[in-house]
Design a protein around this ligand. Structure first.
Ligand SMILES: [Zn+2]
Length: 301
């Protein structure tokens, strides 16, 4: 539970600072609603949803022709910390490190990946990276920071979805999971003129119910096999030092392969990401290159 809350506050830290607000001054939900979202709300999306502006952190469920929820297995919903009550049959990655044959968990070349942007901190990372890499973005951050999203694209990086607002998906209803994914895709359609192919679940929280929904969107699930726990750089308890992280990187360098989980939502994790990049060098791959597949399901330009 502690981990869950910590990541949630790290995620939105960039946003709060930008808005001139203090993290402790208010509940995050109320503040997110006040955001002046920058990506224009497209007309086609108004026709489709009857809405005229981007939603807050609880996006509404809009039924889609190609999503059939009767085909989704009926499995128990669970919250962070409830793993002991979960059957191993659900194949939960966050509880049991269980993976499906279609999940991508590694790469034949040691490669970094970055979650939770686009955020103001992302820009410093973009300036330093000398190779193409993969970013898993939040829809709500995409419509808040479309300029940064475009900078990621201009530099040739691959972008996948990380949901609309970073919910713990196994705790949500099927409809709420669909809403988290469809709105993240629409944010990417409107901002980057493409339909994503790769999806990474927040907190790595995924079981066969979430997988069944994600697959109906045509998305490929991407997890990781090497975790920096870089978010622990900004927590007071369970603290992890930069030296500890860099020692792990040196060990992984010896193996030469693997998929590294990092975060570009906060300045501190980006500082360390840049050092990791200097250590590993530019001989890295994007997720699409790791598995020899295309970058996006579709491009609209
Ligand atoms: Zn995340």
């Amino acid at each position: 539970m502690k981990i869950f809350n910590t990541i949630q506050s790290v995620l939105f830290a960039g946003f709060f600072l930008e808005q001139g607000n203090c993290l402790a001054s208010n509940g995050s939900t109320a503040l997110m609603g006040e955001v002046d979202m920058q990506t224009p709300f497209p007309e086609w999306l108004t026709e489709f949803t009857n809405l005229t502006q981007w939603p807050g952190i609880d996006p509404p469920y809009i039924p889609l022709d190609y999503i059939n929820l009767t085909e989704v297995p009926e499995l128990d919903r669970y919250y962070p910390g409830q793993c002991p009550k979960i059957s191993r049959e659900q194949c939960s990655f966050d509880c049991y490190n269980c993976i499906d044959v279609d999940d991508v968990t590694s790469c034949f070349k040691l490669s970094q990946t970055f979650d939770d942007g686009p955020a103001p901190a992302t820009e410093a990372l973009l300036k330093k990276l000398r190779q193409r890499t993969t970013f898993f973005v939040l829809g709500i951050n995409t419509v808040n920071y479309p300029d940064i999203y475009e900078h990621i694209l201009e530099r040739g990086h691959l972008i996948g979805t990380h949901t609309w607002s970073h919910e713990f998906l196994p705790s949500l209803s099927n409809e709420e999971i669909v809403a988290q994914i469809e709105w993240s895709i629409w944010a990417m359609n409107a901002t980057g003129k493409h339909f994503p192919k790769y999806f990474r679940p927040p907190y790595g929280a995924i079981d066969n119910r979430v997988r069944a929904i994600v697959k109906q969107f045509g998305l490929t699930v991407v997890l990781w096999d090497l975790d920096t726990f870089d978010w622990k750089l900004i927590t007071n308890d369970d603290f992890r030092t930069e030296e500890e992280i860099l020692m792990d990187i040196n060990t992984w360098k010896g193996e030469r392969k693997g998929l590294i989980l990092e975060h570009d939502g906060a300045r501190r994790t980006v500082e360390v990401a840049i050092k990791i990049n200097e250590l590993i060098g530019s001989d890295q791959l994007t997720i699409a290159e790791c598995i020899g597949d295309t970058d996006y399901i579709e491009r609209y330009d």
